[in-house]
Design a protein around this ligand. Structure first.
Ligand code: SF4
Length: 365
């Protein structure tokens, strides 16, 4: 079954590090945008899906009525499996009881809260609208309202972040009723406010060694606390891995609705326009047909991000040849270096391999 992604591109204010397609001050367009989403969804009427993810942007900026319009659309247009996972991203400072009730009523059963840090100075430097207390209370409150499956996003290697503040962030996180934690290192992207500040020498960014130390500490600490790493940046209690994101990492098909969303049907990727006005007026999407080598490279790169790694059997089923006939030399080299392990059926990165994953993954392109 496919995954369904719906992009909500509105944010209260643009965070300084953000290069996602999201706009501040355009929420006024939300009703028209939702109409356009409905039009696009109808192209997939009857499609079977078992995971739905409303991401952004800030989906929790929408009104309860708008939230219900989108959740109703999902169930009315798509054939949603009874055992579905339905996630929505929520940002602290943009959610209230009415919105949370609409989410529950609309069938949402998983919440992903964009916390990023529990340190007020760190939050301020990256331009988030919330403080740590709001983030903490948001998670507790959502749990009290009835959400059982709550994830948070954290960021590491933030400006001025120290091991002490990272440890405090992680300790605070595990004191909350969470089933899943995503922890990404900050990347200073071109075109962001943070990049300008960085180029002006205004930021004290942890260096590569500190970044690595923070990452290793995060993996070890979360494991001790029962959050098993299942992907380079994702940690979950048993059985609480994000089924939707696993579809991306295992090359499954998905439908993406909304501005800048993309879809994958096993052969082609379809890219929607990043221009919200053009999206609302129904502009055509761009189609890119993947070659066999594109598909193989994607399968390797995304599959190796997961701790479970890549199945030799799956590779043969998908591509009709042995993985060793394509990547034998590279796999042997990384096994000898202790960076990839092989258990007779699956190839996966070792702990040392995860530490240098970027370099390894590049070799499979
Ligand atoms: S809330 Fe998320 S999508 Fe919106 S500006 Fe901040 S990082 Fe970007």
């Amino acid at each position: 079954m496919k995954g369904l992604y719906i992009h909500i591109p509105f944010c209260r204010q643009k965070c300084k590090y953000c290069d996602f397609i999201s706009f501040s001050g355009k929420e006024i367009m939300a009703d028209k945008y939702i109409d356009a989403l409905q039009k696009e969804a109808l192209k997939y009427e009857g499609e079977k899906v078992d995971t739905i993810f409303i991401g952004g942007g800030t989906p929790s900026i929408l009104s309860p009525k708008q939230i219900l319009k989108i959740t109703d659309m999902c169930f009315n247009v798509f054939d949603v499996n009874s055992d579905y996972e339905f996630t929505v991203e929520v940002n602290p400072g943009t959610i209230n009881d009415e919105k949370a009730e609409a989410m529950l009523k609309g069938g949402i059963n998983r919440i992903s809260v964009g916390v990023q840090s529990f340190n007020d100075e760190e939050l301020k430097i990256i331009g988030r609208i919330h403080d740590s207390k709001t983030a903490y209370n948001t998670v507790c409150h959502l749990k009290n309202m009835g959400f059982e499956n709550i994830s948070i996003d954290l960021m590491t290697a933030l400006p001025n972040q120290t091991m002490k503040s990272l440890k405090n962030n992680l300790e605070t996180a595990i004191s909350l009723p969470l089933s899943h934690i995503s922890a990404y290192s900050l990347i200073i992207e071109d075109g962001t406010v943070l990049k300008q500040e960085y180029l002006r020498g205004e930021l004290n960014i942890p260096d590569e060694d500190d970044d690595r130390e923070m990452y290793e500490y995060t993996v070890k600490y979360l494991k001790e606390k029962g959050f098993m790493q299942y992907e380079i940046s994702n940690f979950a209690k048993e059985g609480k891995e994000c089924k939707h994101n696993i579809k991306y990492w295992t090359g499954e098909k998905y439908v993406g609705l909304g501005v800048a969303a993309h879809s994958y049907d096993g052969d082609c990727r379809y890219y929607n326009t990043s221009d919200i006005d053009k999206y609302i007026s129904g502009s055509k999407r761009e189609v890119i047909k993947l070659t066999e080598s594109d598909k193989i490279a994607e399968f390797m790169i995304t599959g190796l991000r997961m701790n479970i790694g890549i199945s030799k059997y799956d590779f043969k089923q998908r591509f009709g040849c042995d993985i060793e006939s394509v990547f034998g030399d590279k796999l042997s080299k990384f096994i000898k270096l202790g960076l990839i392990s092989f258990d007779g059926e699956r190839y996966s990165l070792t702990d040392r391999g995860i530490n240098v994953s970027n370099g390894i993954l590049c070799e499979f392109v």
